[in-house]
Design a protein around this ligand. Sequence first.
Ligand code: SF4
Length: 319
Amino acid sequence: MSANSSIDVQNQMKIWHNRRFNNYNHYLQTTYGEKIRKVSLHGGFTCPNRDGSLGYGGCIYCNNDSFVPHYIDEGMTIPAQMDVSIPFMIDRYGVQKYIAYFQAYSNTYDELDKLKQLYEEALGYPNVVGLDIGTRSDCVDEALLEHLARINEKVHVTLEYGIESIHDETLKWMNRGHDYDSIVRAVELTRQYGIKVAGHVIMGFPVESRDMMLETGMAANSLGLDFLKIHQLHVVKGTVLAKRFQDAPFPLFHSDEYIELVVDILERLNPGIVIQRLFGDAPDELLIAPRWGFNIPKLTHLVDLELKHRDTWQGKLFI
Ligand code: SF4
């Protein structure tokens, strides 16, 4: 065996369903053996950063209308939302099994009994095989995690934390209302309960250097995330960020620069981390900038091309 054998193994190219990064479709296919889609649900939650517990304005880029599906109305019950969403999923994607995804606002921010009821309503629907819950690191406690751990014995549960940046000065700038330590604690606690953890990060805050963004992407390794979502910063109508951008425009990523950064992150990531997303999207009528003119499949293809061009892959530089 050569002295370099461990490096040789590390440097062997990895492919996940024709892609050079550990993509979510590959994970779903290998975990469930068939196509699965997430059903976005609106649990009628708010957020401590909006209702006055921590603040009123929310994070400066936040407009939850930008990720609630157009066919969902926040007044609808969970079963009514499933009734509308699932025929749509079957029609458009031909899928038969679903992950219930509580996405808008902070989906653990209520009394435990109310949370139990909402999650059970979603899980009671036929062919729901998973529960994904988007939330803030300061909106979880041990009682909730104990309950989710029990659900996790029957269906896969994932808690998705908004990390956004690991830099406290950036978190302050965006009016996040918590620091990075809060994320570290919540992720650690969630992992202790055996629940999978997803993290969401944003690249392109104008107060950050490229190196700071790279550090945020790579924090998925030290946090031990199971899933990672990376988004470009979007300036969306109805936000404080939009007002600032209109008053004094700041630079935003061009698609080429963003793709280069994403590939830099991917090659440094643990290859076991499943990439759920590499790009954000926002409804056309809400998005102010950047407007790249490409849809997500096209952008993902450009990432594939860049990985190939550099002859690299997720984890090639992971230490
Ligand atoms: S991004 Fe999340 S945490 Fe921030 S204001 Fe919006 S819902 Fe609240």
